[in-house]
Write a protein that binds this ligand. Structure first.
Ligand code: ADP
Ligand code: 5GP
Length: 201
C-alpha cells in the first residue's frame, strides 16, 4: 500500500522513555527522520552540540523565535526548547516521515500549525514507575525531579487528546506498538480506517 510521509509527534512525561523508544524506533524504521531540537538548557555529560540538541543561549534562541525559525517552541521545566522548521522541512521534502520527540505543549502547537500531524502519547505503566525511571536515569537534581513529576501529572491529563497512546511497559513490546502505529498512519488516513483495519484482522 502507498505510504505517505507524515509529521509524527511523540510526547509524554519526562522519564517515561521517549528518548529510549524513539532511538529504538529509528533502528526498526531507519527511513524515519529525526529532528535535532534547540534548547537553552545546559548540556548533560556526554551530550554533543548538534547531535543531542542545538544548545543555544537565551539571546540566540530569542533571535530565532523573532525570525520565525521555529515550527514550535515551549518553556519546559524552566528552559526553552523548540523544533527548527528547517530540520523538519528538509526531511519531509526528502519524502521521509518525521518524528518529533517533544513535550505536550509543543505537541499541541504542532497540531495547531499542522492539523494533519499525528500525535502519539507515551504513558508510563504507573506514576511510581515513572518516578523510578526518572530517578534511575540519574540526570536530574531533586528540584528538577520534583518539577518533572509535577508537570507529568498535568501532562497525563492531556493524553485523551492524542491520536494514539502507547504504554511503555516492556520496552520491546512498546517499540513494536509504536512502529505499528506509525506504519498504520502512513498507509491510511487515521482513526476511522484503523477501526476498519482492526475489524478485518
Ligand atoms: P524521556 O526521554 O521520556 O525523558 P528516557 O528515554 O531518558 O525518558 O528514559 C528514562 C529512563 O527510563 C532511562 O534510564 C531509560 O533507560 C529507562 N527506560 C526507558 N524505557 C523503559 C522501559 N520500558 N522499562 C524500564 N526502563 C525504561
Ligand atoms: P530533556 O531536558 O530531558 O532533554 O527534555 C525535557 C523535555 O523537553 C522533554 O519532555 C522533551 O520531550 C522536551 N523537548 C525536547 N525537545 C523539544 C522541542 O523541540 N520542543 C518542545 N516543545 N519540547 C521539547
Amino acid at each position: 500500500m502507498a505510504r505517505r510521509a507524515r509529521l509524527f509527534v511523540v510526547s509524554g512525561p519526562s522519564g517515561v522513555g521517549k528518548g529510549t523508544l524513539v532511538s529504538l524506533l529509528r533502528e526498526r524504521l531507519p527511513r524515519l527522520g529525526l529532528t535535532v531540537s534547540a534548547t537553552t538548557r545546559e548540556p548533560r555529560p556526554g551530550e554533543k552540540d548538534g547531535v543531542s540538541y542545538h544548545f543555544l543561549d537565551d539571546d540566540e534562541f530569542e533571535r530565532r523565535v523573532e525570525a520565525g525559525e521555529f515550527l514550535e517552541w515551549a518553556w519546559v521545566h524552566g528552559h526553552r526548547y523548540g523544533t527548527l522548521r528547517s530540520e523538519a522541512d528538509r526531511l519531509l521534502s526528502e519524502g521521509r516521515s518525521v518524528v518529533l520527540e517533544i513535550d505536550v505543549q509543543g505537541g499541541m502547537s504542532v497540531r495547531a500549525a499542522h492539523p494533519d500531524a499525528v500525535l502519539v502519547f507515551i504513558e508510563p505503566p504507573s506514576m511510581e514507575e515513572l518516578e523510578r525511571r526518572l530517578r534511575g536515569r540519574g540526570t536530574e537534581d531533586e528540584a528538577s525531579v520534583e518539577r518533572r513529576l509535577a508537570n507529568a501529572r498535568s501532562e497525563m491529563e492531556r493524553a485523551g487528546e492524542y491520536d494514539a497512546r502507547v504504554v511503555n511497559d516492556d520496552l520491546e513490546r512498546a517499540v513494536a506498538e509504536l512502529a505499528s502505529v506509525i506504519e498504520r498512519f502512513e498507509t491510511n488516513g487515521g482513526p476511522t480506517n484503523d477501526v476498519c483495519d482492526q475489524a478485518r484482522d
